[in-house]
Write a protein that binds this ligand. Sequence first.
Ligand SMILES: [Zn+2]
Length: 121
Amino acid sequence: MAHAFHHAISSARKHGGNPSEYYAIHAWFDASKAIIADYRHRALRHHAEGIAMADVIFGPTLTLSTGKVIPTRWIGEQHVREDLGRIPSFADWVRAIRPEPWMGRATRLSLEPAPTPQASP
Ligand SMILES: [Zn+2]
């Protein structure tokens, strides 16, 4: 599994600047490794919506030390393509999840009004 640092080196080779200028974006994509240490961690952010979320978090563009301005989206797209070979949708990931009974098990909602507090004597 590629490390965020290696993705950052790849970005610097492709767009210029230093790997450190890209590291935070790549580290954000791979932060889900803290949840699960195999490739399934990618279901959380490695898809079209994850790339769009990176835009919101890091801003729409990245200004490099060279003065070059590039879309943040390009970095997200590069990361996901390097890991998966394509950019899936979140729906692609969901189709790979086998439904289990606990996923749809709802409990009764407590809809009765809360008891009124009693005045203390
Ligand atoms: Zn990744």
